[in-house]
Write a protein that binds this ligand. Structure first.
Ligand code: GAR
Length: 198
């Protein structure tokens, strides 16, 4: 079995990265993580990758004059490492349209809501403000519009009486950690493909 070479983009804690690392270490998993890139120096996720022996890079967006230049540096590093599939895991920068088109149908993101509901930031606080009784998380192919694109998988999570944004986030995060490895398996194995052209 040839395993797909995966790059992961992070900005912080990296708990979803950890779930992907753990999954890819299981025998027979159809993907391996070959590079982790953080745009934030010292992000906790970098230490998780290093502990697993995975090469890391820090590419700080603040060092670049434009979004396009930053994204070009990301693509150069990913291609140097032979990355075939890209996973955003708590990567908190918008991508340029050129970057999205370059990685079209080879680029996944996880978002902590049942898309297309609750795109953007402050997801869990907005779910509570609206009184929604069901939320969850979504893994989708990345498209130019924020938090949109063909859905690979979703997991539902109930909203419970007395939830705070923090308690809800923790319940959704546990579902994210189950969903992302499952969705990556589907895409890396070829069981799920999206073929529309950019
Ligand atoms: C996760 O909840 C992820 O869904 C969210 O950031 C968190 C990162 O946590 N991503 C977004 O909101 C992207 N729009 P992690 O660093 O522990 O994986």
């Amino acid at each position: 079995m040839t395993r797909k070479r995966v790059g992961v983009l992070i900005s912080g804690r990296g708990s979803n990265l950890q779930a992907l690392i753990d999954a890819t270490q299981a025998p027979g998993y159809p993907a391996e993580i070959v590079l982790v890139i953080s745009n934030v120096p010292g992000a906790q996720g970098l230490a998780r990758a290093e502990a697993a022996g995975i090469p890391t890079r820090t590419i700080n967006h603040k060092d670049f004059a434009s979004r396009e230049a930053f994204d070009a540096a990301l693509t150069a590093a990913l291609e140097d490492a032979g990355v075939e599939l890209l996973c955003n895991a708590g990567f908190m920068r918008l991508h340029s349209e050129g970057f999205v088109r370059h990685w079209w149908n080879r680029h996944l993101n996880i978002h902590p809501s049942l898309l297309p509901a609750f795109k953007g930031l402050r997801t869990h606080a907005r779910v509570l403000e609206e009184g929604a009784q069901l939320t969850g998380c979504t893994v989708h192919f990345v498209r130019p519009e924020l938090d949109s694109g063909p859905i690979v998988g979703q997991a539902e999570v109930p909203v419970l009486d007395g939830d705070t944004p923090e308690s809800l986030a923790a319940r959704v995060l546990a579902a994210e950690h189950r969903l992302y490895p499952h969705a990556l398996r589907l895409v890396a194995s070829g069981a799920v493909r999206w073929r529309t052209k950019p």
